[in-house]
Design a binder for this molecule. Sequence first.
Ligand SMILES: [Zn+2]
Length: 599
Amino acid sequence: MILMSLIQFKKELMKYSLGLILFSFFFLIISCSIISTERSQSNKSSKIFKANSELDNKGKYVTSVGELRTLIVYATFTDDISTKSKAWNFSKTQLPAWTKKMINSTTKLSFPNENLTQYFYEMSRGNFMLYGDIYPKVIIPKYNQKHYKSISDVNYEILTRLDDEIDYSKYDNWSKGKDGKYLDVPDGKVDVIFIVYRNFENRLFFNNGWTGSAHFYLTDDIVTNDGVKITSGRLDKGSGVQSRGGKVGFTYMKYVLAHEFGHLLFGAGHIENTTNLALMTGGPVWNASRGMHSWERSRLGWTDFEDIQLDKNTSIEIDDYMTTGNAYRIKLNDKEWFILENHQKLSKNDWAKDKGVYIFHVNNAHRFSPSVTVECADGKWDFEVDEEKQKLIKTIPNSSGKTEMNFRKTIKKKSYSCYKQVYADNSAWGDANDAYDISYNNIFSPVSNPSSQNKAKINFAIEIKERRDKKYLLDVLFNDIYINSVPSKPQIINIEQKEPTKVLLRWFPNKEPDLLRYNIYYSLNQNDKLKNFKRLKININKNKEEINLSSLLQDKGKKISVAITSFDKSGKESVMSDIIELTYNSKNKKWDWKRVEEY
Ligand SMILES: [Zn+2]
């Protein structure tokens, strides 16, 4: 088990060095852990604030049910005076106002601040409340940073010093039962304390660029005057969360602390490539832990999936995910799921970049951490790296390629993902075309891009049929899926121009068996809306994969936009393809073109 933890630790370190190269200012949040402990326990009636004592306690290293009283302590080194920060001005006496709002002081059901208490109350749908006390003064460690070997020495010093003022027994309310489940009975060990530093140097964090960690790395237990111990060398050995980066301010710190606390709930590990769509997010970009993913909430028993029956066609209505917990699951087997969440951004904890239905493909769904692919509605692609210019370019659609959220490549120690240092935009953080809706991309099938193909080899399609205010109506199809659904969005390859009168728009052929033809639409107006595009009155046979646009390109002074749709035998038409914009380049006497995803 110790070996495992070392491997985990090394993996985290590797991730860190990558992360640091990527973005030295996106802090890495990491933890490592192992081994759960068992402790004998007597039963005692619970005092859970909300009557749901039936709920299974699924927290791994901390309770996930009921109320958890904690203490938050803020600290600044005297030699941190050189660090400038508006959010936290250096002071030996004053704490910034926001520090006092990080948690609620009581279990009253009132949430004036969108803080950690509100976060976990919302995510747990009223089943868990993290509340407690904030030590009112800023703690100044006795010495400058260079005096200490590591932050664990400082943590030890602070916790020991506070023993005279703080009754630590208030923070011991839970213990782990024989079955590994938490019980609200004290066990002589403090449950969780948070120490937040304004800032400190990497050296103190064992030369790592971590922001936080779900343990204090105490080398010895602290035996307090209050009859309880503080034991926090590892995740499983009693708990403490420490973090630096207080200088960045409230919202940043809230999500860092929530993420670190998440390690106590779930264990070590991260859910990669779910930037802004989960709490336990990993790369390719950091500082992106937000409202919980439905996998996470259901793992803790805080929400339940609505399972879709696999053998029949079903119509479903899907409500806002974050505020209602409503999420549908297509459970192909224990390990492979598809999940649907409708993000309407009604909650401040919903940081999705798009509004609409997100589709997730989950593998290893039975354990933490699962592997999750956000099936971005703007498709999967081939990407190319221009090593010389150190740029990453999206080239052609490829349903077995990568999305803008999960592309990662390292060439000659340079990391490439979809963020601005190397890419046209910051789509690695998600973008406004990731969710499915009725107009941008409304179909997810075995032949669409992205496609519903899966390891379990179960054919199905999801069609977004209708929007009803904040809700969506969908069909989930297992039988006669092509007859019962619209054809998929055509995938444009490029423009090919070999002679002045031959400007070819090329696309990949649609694969629906009931395909009839393609339609072509165009606009000669600058920035015209897709719905105002005119249809060119020609029928493009289903076997065609290109069309000569030269008849449209008579006015060389104009920008011309074109898009195509696919059309099936039962008269159903797909959404529009990406738009291709053409402008005449008088220097080389050719039409320049670019792909536009949205207007
Ligand atoms: Zn982490």
